[in-house]
Every structure is written in structure tokens, then in C-alpha cells.
Ligand binder design. Structure first.
Ligand SMILES: Nc1ncnc2c1ncn2[C@@H]1O[C@H](COP(=O)(O)OP(=O)(O)OP(=O)(O)O)[C@@H](O)[C@H]1O
Ligand SMILES: [Mg+2]
Length: 267
């Protein structure tokens, strides 16, 4: 079996008699970028809140590195190496990059005082690790001066500092230009190269197609399609698959590139 980091089995979440999630299976392997797609109300946010331990599932199992976990909550999620970068609320824009990375986890020296020098060198190491190389900005630069993509980089660096093995990015490119989106993609690729995993939530199929190794499409609380990029020729191919899943009676089932596909749901 692949090096499985996290697995959700038959997760349901109901609010009263409304099912936000109706039995979802989702796994993320080590060093993998999984793209999570779906329309408004499909259940994407509910799913990542469950992974973050912020929302308790109504039923279902969560396995971390192959082992079932009990009493899953925000603390357990963090201890398991899961960090979520939420779109806007992530950063204190009037503060420096270094302050943002260490906020709430400040490094002390042996007298218990803040060790700013250590933080600055650690921050610049983290920024280099994710491929944030700038002639203009240093760890002491104010986050408010950074572009949108660069801010995502600071949030990703902070997640890595917190020893994340899985970084969940909630619509990281929705408000960004193409140049800024490419910056975020560059960071994501660096993170994957270091063996960490990313769950990338997005609306723009082209963005998600570019960056993910595998796609999971939610539709009204269920996994409608799961397919790896190796089985797709292009983003248009993925769109055709999604259209077929939504309207099987109106569309022809697209052909898969090879038979070793993990895709399902489009049958
Ligand atoms: N706290 C809540 N109370 C009641 N219903 C909720 C709650 N949170 C989510 N829902 C419902 O669950 C369903 C899934 O919502 P969710 O926010 O997970 O969707 P989403 O895929 O993130 O959508 P979007 O793309 O709009 O962010 C929706 O029908 C929503 O109204
Ligand atoms: Mg949402």
C-alpha cells in the first residue's frame, strides 16, 4: 500500500436532517497533492473542518498513518501534523514575516526571553525551503507589503514551522492573478518535494488541474469522482468527467487514458 498519511472512512455530518456529508472516503498519501473540487454547498469546508478537528463528524472513522484515532479534536489534528491555511484570516498584516511565522510559538533563549536572532534565521531558512526567494523582502518585512501569493507563502512557511505533514489550503488562489497563482504553485511544489502533502481546495478547475496529482470531486456531500492526473489528458478532460458525473444522461462517458485508474463514480 502507498504511504498513507490520512484516511477518512464513511464520514457523515448532519445538521439536523440535512446531510452536509453523506459517507465520504478520502485519503491523502505522503508527498501527494490532492485537489478537492465541488460546487457551493458540496461539503468541502465541512470536510476540512472535520480534518482540522473543528467539527465533529456524525459518524465515520479517521485513520492517521494507518491507525484509527479516537476523540479526534483540534489538538489531536495538530499533533497529527495537520495544519489548515484559511484564506484571509491567516495573517497579521501589520506585523513582520518573522512575527507571523512564530506567532503563538515564539522561540525563547535559555533565559526564557524571545530570541529574535534565532527566529529571523529560522524564518529565512523556512522561506528558502518553500522557494520564497526575494531580493526585496527579508524576514523583517511587513506582511502588508507582500503580494497575495507571497502572503500565502508566509502562511505555508508557518505551517511547516508547526511541523505540518499535511497542509490544507482553502481556496488559496481564488483572489489571485495568474502571476500570484504561479507563486503559490511554486511553494506547493517545494512543499511536495520535501515529502509533505497538500490538500488543495479550489473552484477554478484549471488551477486545481495544474497543481494536483489526484482529484476528488464532491457533489452534495458525496464523492462523485476520484481520478488521478495520470488518467487525464488535460483540464478539459477533467471538466468532461465532471460534466458526465453531473449529467450522465446528457453526456458521453469520457475515455480514460489507461486502465490502472483509481477513478470511480463515472461508471
Ligand atoms: N453549521 C451549519 N449548520 C447547518 N448547515 C450547514 C452548516 N455548515 C454547513 N452546512 C450545510 O452543509 C452543506 C455543505 O456546506 P459546506 O460549507 O461544507 O460547502 P462548501 O463545499 O464548502 O461550499 P462553498 O464552496 O460555498 O464554500 C451546505 O448545504 C451548508 O448549508
Ligand atoms: Mg466552503
Amino acid at each position: 500500500m502507498a504511504d498513507r498519511l490520512i484516511e477518512l472512512r464513511e464520514i457523515t455530518k448532519s445538521y439536523g436532517n440535512v446531510y452536509a456529508l453523506g459517507g465520504v472516503n478520502l485519503s491523502v498519501d505522503k508527498g501527494e497533492v490532492v485537489g478537492l473540487l465541488g460546487d457551493n454547498g458540496a461539503g468541502k469546508s465541512t470536510l476540512i473542518k472535520i480534518l482540522a478537528g473543528a467539527v465533529r463528524p456524525t459518524s465515520g472513522d479517521i485513520l492517521v498513518r494507518g491507525k484509527p484515532v479516537t476523540n479526534w479534536n483540534a489538538g489531536r489534528s495538530r499533533e497529527s501534523g495537520i495544519e489548515t491555511v484559511f484564506q484571509d484570516r491567516a495573517l497579521a498584516v501589520q506585523q513582520s514575516i518573522v512575527r507571523n511565522i512564530f506567532m503563538g510559538n515564539e522561540k525563547g533563549n535559555r533565559f526564557g526571553f524571545l530570541d529574535l536572532k534565532k527566529e529571523v534565521s529560522e524564518a529565512s531558512r523556512l522561506m528558502r525551503e518553500i522557494g520564497f526567494t526575494s531580493r526585496v523582502f527579508t524576514p523583517n518585512s511587513i506582511v502588508g507589503q507582500l503580494s497575495g501569493g507571497e502572503r500565502q507563502g508566509v502562511a505555508i512557511a508557518r505551517a511547516i514551522y508547526k511541523q505540518a505533514d499535511l497542509i490544507i489550503l482553502d481556496e488559496p488562489t481564488t483572489a489571485l492573478s495568474l502571476t500570484e497563482t504561479n507563486k503559490v504553485f511554486h511553494f506547493v511544489r517545494q512543499v511536495r518535494a520535501s515529502g509533505r502533502s497538500i490538500l488543495f481546495i479550489g473552484h477554478n478547475i484549471h488551477h486545481v488541474y495544474d497543481i494536483a496529482d489526484r482529484f476528488v470531486v464532491l457533489d452534495r456531500g458525496k464523492v462523485a469522482l476520484e481520478v488521478s492526473k495520470a488518467d487525464m489528458k488535460s483540464a478539459e478532460d477533467l471538466i468532461r468527467f465532471m460534466e458526465h458525473v453531473a449529467h450522465p444522461e446528457l453526456t458521453e462517458k469520457p475515455k480514460e487514458k489507461n486502465k490502472s485508474s483509481r477513478s470511480k463514480g463515472a461508471a
